[in-house]
Design a protein around this ligand. Sequence first.
Ligand SMILES: N[C@@H](CCC(=O)N[C@@H](CS)C(=O)NCC(=O)O)C(=O)O
Length: 244
Amino acid sequence: MTIVLHRFPLSHYAEKARAALDFKGLEYRIEEHLPGPAQLAIYRLSGQRKLPVIEHDGAVVADSTEIALYLERTFPDRRRLLPEDPERRREVLALEEHLDDTLGKYAPRVWLRHALREDQYLDALGRALGPFGHAGLGALAAVVPLAEARVGAVQRRLDEAERAVRGALTDLCARLETSPYLVGDEPSLADIAAVSLVYPFKFPPSKHLFKPEVEGASVRSIAEDPALARFFDFRDRFYRDHLR
Ligand SMILES: N[C@@H](CCC(=O)N[C@@H](CS)C(=O)NCC(=O)O)C(=O)O
């Protein structure tokens, strides 16, 4: 039975679940949702309000990590997301958890801070989202920088997020200096988490983007930062070589 992936179009956690489906070579269909009152349908389906959620053969699974682990258990003969070796496996799971706690948790705030100041990116995204989304982005672009300048607590929260995200990405660059993948010589769930959780900083080459025209649109102050180039180059390669 075809797997159904429920997602919000810009969600980095949903991209992580989608990348896990791709990596395992599974057939799936995407259902797009919008945040807001329509989340009631997600609640009815899964008993909680967040996405991603997948449906497969009567099972309903929420949370990107749970989804990856479900796919690994359910399709053991497909490409492995986790190494056989127990120590390597622990390392992959620990790095994936760390990436959820840093990139997963803080990337949206860093995105808010930087994306809203980059006209080219805002235009590309605004066109793809249509008039309603364009207006929403315009409103955010007016409010967030003002709040950051005037409200100390907002600035501190954004600074904290920026430290966490840049710190995590700098660590990933260091790992990639000595290793072809983030843990050892084989791709794993840790790579999937890293390449997908930066999703809206630079829309990757993928046929499953919510709109094909956003491919390549990037928040230049992050995705084109020379200090982070090793990671973003790796990420482009990873999408080309392992994902669709
Ligand atoms: N730990 C979850 C986090 C999922 C999550 O926070 N999803 C966000 C979208 S990126 C969401 O559904 N937000 C809507 C809400 O909180 O109501 C995962 O790994 O999937």
